[in-house]
Write a protein that binds this ligand. Sequence first.
Ligand SMILES: *Cc1c(COP(=O)(O)O)cnc(C)c1O
Length: 473
Amino acid sequence: MDLEQKKLLRQLPAVDEILQHQTINELFLGYSRPVILETIRDVLAGVRATILSGANIAIDTGKLINEIVYKINLAVRPNLRPVINATGVVLHTNLGRALLPASACRAVQKISAGYCNLEIDLTTGKRGSRYSAVEELLIKLTGAEAALVVNNNAAAVLLTLATIAKGKEVIVSRGQLVEIGGSFRIPEVMAQSGAKLVEVGATNKTYPQDYEKAITTETGLLLHVHTSNFCIIGFTQETTVAELAYLGKQHNLPVISDLGSGFLVDLAPFGLPPEPTVQQTVKAGADVVTFSGDKLLGGPQAGIIAGQKHYIEQIKKNPLTRAVRMDKFTVAALEATLREYLNPAKALQNVPTLRMLTESVENLHRRARELAVIIAEKIANQAEVTFIEGLSQVGGGAMPTANLPTGLVAIRPDNIAVDCLVARLRNAELPVVGRVQNNRLLLDIRTIQQEDIQPILTALLQALQFRGEGAKG
Ligand SMILES: *Cc1c(COP(=O)(O)O)cnc(C)c1O
């Protein structure tokens, strides 16, 4: 150790000295003493090691204190955090799929903080059903006789097949043997349910006769799977739910329709591809329909099963139902979301998924132009910022062919690679996730809310001015 190192070590403030500082004192309001002390010691040990390594540094107590505060915040930061979705993918499964309506958020907060009537009938004082809060609403909105809700749609399909077709044959078109992602495949779910898959038709064409020829005494049900995440075009023929229902009636077999991202409002008038609504599918004669709560419905993760009362009653009694039941937060959020649909015009505004999918091109372009100007004002000396037109996606395995015209802010940084900018934005205090195309970062205005703009500016400024302090990228 040389003289200079000794001098620097002597300049290093003691723990007690640091504890005297106002900023550190304020930390005691939010953090425990051991956490604060440990962090102070860690930071001091780090500086001591740097001095002993022979690095030429200056001791700056202000900087030390900033580092301590930064490290404490980092240590207590939750693992699951909010992220800004600038990808334009409205139902981004990796970013949590649907945003809940404000009414649903309020309901979750209220219900989670106290006791509630989850399974008690307040009129009689007797035990009630956790489905009753949503069942009436689902009946009203879908036109089905009865309904129940489970953890997600994968569970809904599993449970329905396991209840109605266990040990029996289920006839399904080869064109509908869908993989949803994350290894959810119709044939495998069916195997788990104890039903036996009977494939009929060809990948591109399946006729009612194909189903009819496969019907035996072992047949348990006819399954229709909505091919929500891919599209077969060209020389194609699909048997409709109505045709299957006709066949089912003739042979006394139930028809189940897995709608995937079933929705309650027809979005075709807003330029989205026409798809059958839940109401239409029930009307077409499906005995049971299943769909997700957090796809186009725009609610919490859930699997909704709606259909004829005697099937729904059977499903409710299946012991497996208990294993995939929904919790009270989901009941609260789903009830509030469904209530929005009682007024469809209001739902288009209040359900964020619907609002984002139906925002007009003019509005999107205007908002994107405005954002481009705001961003350019801050970073024009470090990046090229332009407004461009483009397309966004529905996501969540829904409407794969939908091309939604949108407005984008394209950013090409001058001094760092675009991948580096992307990585830094991902590691921002409030992470920002966009898309990369032709060496530019694209921010799609469709999924960017007004309150996201300030954090996006902060993250961009920090990412571009970044000088290495601790973080990499
Ligand atoms: C998405 C989807 C599922 C799975 O739904 P989750 O709610 O994600 O479990 C099942 N079937 C189809 C056709 C789907 O599109």
